[in-house]
Design a protein around this ligand. Structure first.
Ligand code: DX5
Ligand code: ZN
Length: 259
């Protein structure tokens, strides 16, 4: 079930629901030495002090920043556009991973690329033809990813696997931070990992939504290599300790996957 509509455009967190228990066997073996990257999601940071949040996360060893762009149509929430991306770009050298939760990514990829987005991740369920978005981002010289919602099977994105730098599996319904991880994402991570390993192009499998130390470890065991973390980084406690806990959880999960 999708989360309720926000009460205002500033409502970034979803109402809290029941906690889900994550269980199940670890995924297929993954090669040693794979890069595991943590990408704090700025949606959960203090918008009045984004520069401070960026500084803190960068100092604590973040590998990239994840920026959630929402248009109020594709998802029932609004966030920000290219101007904010460009302001963030000016504050960090880390890669910017843009998650475009918008109806018409094709119309905006150029603006977001110019604003400084390194990877443009658009939704397969958007209204733009995936082939055209892929071509447009490539023409601009950017990296590109495709995201799928919890309802979308891996098989739908599989035909594009050889043309992407990232497949993003959503483990919550897009639109809000602070939701609980949906374990239905795990088999999709395994399928994405197997397919991308088969292609051997080094593309990332990204997991987004409800990523905590516990769920990050499960996701890493299932083959995820890129971990989007909102509330688990900025939602409470020191950012540095939060990132240390997440790092050790993903390394532990990846070790379980290679056994
Ligand atoms: C949700 C966004 C996520 C969100 C994650 O639509 O795509 O990136 O910021 O937040 P957490 O980690 O709190 O679920
Ligand atoms: Zn996101």
């Amino acid at each position: 079930m999708a989360p309720r509509a926000p009460t205002s455009s500033c409502d970034r967190r979803a109402p809290s629901g029941p906690k889900r228990v994550i269980s199940g066997p670890a995924g297929p073996a993954v090669p040693d030495g794979r890069r595991l990257r943590l990408a704090p999601s700025l949606l959960s940071a203090d918008f009045a002090d984004l520069a401070g949040a960026i500084r803190e996360a960068e100092k604590a060893g973040a590998d990239a920043f994840h920026l959630d762009v929402m248009d109020g149509h594709f998802v029932p929430n609004l966030s920000f556009g290219p101007a904010l991306v460009s302001a963030v770009r000016a504050r960090t050298r880390l890669p910017l991973d843009l998650h475009l939760m918008i109806e018409e990514p094709l119309r905006y990829v150029e603006a977001f690329h110019r604003a400084g987005g390194d990877t443009l991740v658009f939704h397969l369920e958007s209204r733009s033809p995936p082939d055209e978005v892929l071509k447009a981002v490539r023409r601009l010289g950017g990296a590109v990813g495709i995201a799928i919602k919890p309802e979308t099977p891996f098989a739908s994105v599989e035909p594009f696997a050889d043309r992407v730098d990232q497949i993003l599996v959503m483990s919550v319904h897009p639109g809000f931070s602070g939701q609980s991880f949906l374990p239905e994402a795990l088999p999709k991570l395994r399928a994405a990992r197997a397919r991308l390993d088969g292609l051997g192009q080094g593309a990332d499998v990204s997991i987004d939504g409800g990523v905590t130390a516990a769920t990050a470890s499960e996701a890493a065991a299932a083959g995820a290599t890129f971990f989007v973390c909102g509330n688990s980084v900025f939602g409470g406690g020191p950012v540095s300790a939060n990132l240390v806990a997440l790092r050790s959880a993903v390394e532990d999960g990846a070790r379980r996957a290679v056994r």
